[in-house]
Design a protein around this ligand. Structure first.
Ligand SMILES: *Cc1c(COP(=O)(O)O)cnc(C)c1O
Length: 352
């Protein structure tokens, strides 16, 4: 705290990201990074861009990347927005599309950045409880709202909603924006991008951090009808004209173009997830049905905080949230096969 702070800064409650410790040989299963590297074509595109052109500003509109995303999804370029990570895209969404008189709605257990953005932009909100089985029940969401946002699959549960439930919400909730945060969609859920043409109030956000293994590059996107995208562009052009550097634009575009690598690595993560779920089950660890690159796991009769500490002592870090309803769960990222094996071995040892 300092006397130089504005009262606004004084009252902010910032987001706390998962730790990025600098320890050798750590089995790092705490921030949902992809165990496989980025597409070799993305790396090559970035290497080719590493030249004298860096003295020049990048394309403020990231057209090459928007075009690659538009081609991948079969939408118009005017329906695509890109930003410096989907966290930045979401910030502009809260500021530009969710900041109204009425409170916005999101689940009680969800991505913890949402309440942080509400604090930053002065957006009031109401949280609706997940069901007993940790599912989002969109039928509970009242019509009178300033907007609705939820991840699909949800974080940190990994539980996915079907498109029919999302479309039923869109059919009745026509007066406010519905944001589907698809950070993990490529690991087993169905994207809502195909509904964008039909619903002018639908915005889908995605990131290249998880399924395209580019968390270090910081690229996220939104897809919606051009009127929604224009709101985001107005905010972006009032905030930072060049959110994506030259490396990010060409690397992300090449990652979208390389479908084969993307599909093969997503499949490998999903196969590892199914194998890990079976191993955890054999140890008596219960896992919510996951459509993401992580599992949300609980071990009846053992404290989750204790278990996380035991794993940490064996060089394995997972995420534990000390929050109501989920303080007995651990969120475990799907790692490479040898990391998953190390996790299972450590758990066997701890539970012996
Ligand atoms: C990881 C994550 C994001 C943010 O991703 P970045 O593009 O890395 O900023 C957004 N939403 C959810 C639910 C996430 O888990």
């Amino acid at each position: 705290m300092s006397k130089f702070w504005s009262s606004f800064v004084h009252d902010l409650v910032p987001y706390v990201p998962g730790e990025q410790p600098n320890i050798a040989n750590l089995v790092k299963l705490n921030t949902n990074e992809n165990p496989y590297g980025p597409s070799p074509k993305a790396l090559a595109a970035m290497q080719a861009e590493l030249n004298d052109s860096l003295r020049l500003y990048p394309d403020p509109n990231s057209d090459v990347l928007k075009q690659a995303i538009a081609e991948y999804y079969g939408v118009d370029k005017a329906s695509v927005f890109v930003g410096n990570g989907s966290d930045e895209v979401l910030a502009h969404v809260f500021h530009g599309l969710l900041r109204h008189e009425k409170p916005i709605l999101f689940p009680d257990i969800t991505y913890s950045f949402y309440p942080v953005y509400c604090g930053l932009y002065g957006v009031s909100f109401r949280q609706l409880p997940l069901t007993e089985s940790f599912e989002i029940d969109l039928a509970q969401y009242p019509a009178d709202n300033g907007g609705i946002i939820f991840p699909n699959p949800n974080a940190p549960t990994g539980v996915a909603l079907g498109l029919a439930a999302i479309e039923a919400l869109l059919a009745r909730n026509t007066e406010s924006v519905v944001v589907v945060d698809e950070a993990y969609v490529d690991f087993g859920a169905e994207t809502a991008v195909g509904l964008v043409a039909k619903y002018p109030n639908l915005l889908v956000t995605q990131t290249l951090s998880k399924s395209r293994s580019l968390a270090g590059l910081r690229v996220g996107l939104a897809i919606g009808q051009p009127a929604l995208i224009e709101a985001l562009e107005r905010i972006k052009n009032s905030f930072n004209s060049y959110p994506l550097g030259r490396m990010a634009i060409v690397g992300a575009a090449a990652a979208f173009a390389d479908r084969d690598y993307f599909e093969a690595t997503c499949r490998a993560v999903v196969e590892s997830r199914e194998a890990l779920v079976a191993e955890l089950d054999a140890l008596g660890i219960e896992v919510l049905p996951s459509a993401a690159n992580f599992v949300f796991a609980t071990l009846p009769g053992h404290d989750a905080g204790w278990l996380a500490q035991q794993l940490r002592e064996r060089g394995i870090i997972v995420r534990h949230f000390r929050l109501p309803r989920i303080d007995q769960f651990l969120r475990i990222t799907i790692g490479a096969p040898e990391q998953n094996l190390a996790l299972v071995k450590a758990l066997q040892e701890i539970l012996q």
